[in-house]
Design a protein around this ligand. Structure first.
Ligand code: ASP
Length: 290
């Protein structure tokens, strides 16, 4: 058994300069600590990724899960995906309403349906049948982590994600988001789209954050994988090159990625990105600014 493991998490590439992220950083450190203990004890990558993202969703510190903001009509519509690199099994939900953990919902789609993505009434019906925790009163439950008014068309955003290599050499990625602040009802970003915002295979796992429209148009997560697979690039170089394409298109954001050797990279184009890394080699690091 390879005992090398690594995890990276992110809390979105849209931090705002004036805000103090101390509590968010402390919570990210706790999340990494719990994930490290699971990995050291033999935890499976896909489960550790799901649990880390659930903790970030529940924390309310990010624009995902409990901290998500409503869309332009005041409704909460959340996106998430999870992918197991060992099997390429994956699950996703988009514009999901009324459930506490979108990443849990995505994992349920992966484990218990024959499909990869569910949306709308069909998703709700399926998830109710799996006993997923509901949100009955969105206005009471959600605690938007960004409280300021959003100008129409402003692309403020935030997402949470995790990429994991476990001690058996398995990779996984999970991403969850409230999407862009003030988004149109029905808008779906890159997060739940495999190969855009989320990807894991036997070589690399990727979770993105940023202006999803650009990440979809650049197929960023798949591009990182392709550069590693066909271009024989290291994960750091591959991630940077994929983000260069986003920049070329005029987009903003960042990503976290880990490869099968445990190398981790967390590049971003934006001013800052909430991020953290822990590895079996003793790296433990949480940061927001550059
Ligand atoms: N990528 C997400 C989206 O476009 C937002 C974010 O990462 O902040 O929905």
């Amino acid at each position: 058994m390879s005992r090398v493991w690594s995890i990276a998490i992110h809390g979105g590439a849209g931090p705002i300069r004036q805000i103090d992220y101390g509590a968010a950083e402390a919570h990210m450190a706790e999340t990494l600590k719990a994930a490290s203990e699971s990995l050291a004890a033999g935890g499976r990558a896909v489960t550790v990724a799901e649990q880390a993202v659930m903790a970030l969703e529940e924390s309310g510190h990010h624009i995902a899960g409990r901290g998500a903001s409503p869309n332009a009509l005041g409704q909460w519509e959340l996106d998430a995906a999870i992918m197991d690199g060992e099997t390429r099994n994956a699950g996703a939900v988009a514009a999901l309403r009324g459930f506490r953990s979108p990443v849990r919902a995505a994992r349920m789609v992966m484990l218990h349906s024959q499909h990869v993505m569910l949306v709308g009434k069909g998703a709700s019906h399926f998830l109710r049948g799996r006993g997923l925790r509901r949100v009955w009163n969105p206005r009471d439950y959600y605690r938007p982590s960004v409280k300021r008014a959003v100008a129409p068309g402003e692309l403020a955003h935030g997402t949470v994600g995790a990429v994991v290599l476990d001690g058996e050499g398995r990779l996984a990625a999970a991403t969850s988001t409230g999407g862009l602040l003030g988004k149109m009802p029905g808008r779906v970003g890159d997060t739940p789209i495999l190969g855009a915002g989320t990807w894991a295979d036997e070589r690399v796992a990727v979770s993105c954050t940023g202006q999803g429209e650009f990440f979809m148009r650049a197929a960023v997560a798949a591009d990182v994988s392709a550069r590693v697979r066909y271009g024989k690039m290291g994960v750091e170089q591959a991630a940077k090159a994929a983000l260069d394409d986003v920049h070329f298109l005029g987009g903003d954001g960042g990503l976290i990625a880990v490869d099968v050797l445990g190398n981790v990279t967390t590049p971003f184009l934006s001013e800052s990105m909430k991020r953290g890394i822990a590895t079996s080699r003793g790296v433990f690091h949480v940061a927001v600014r550059r």
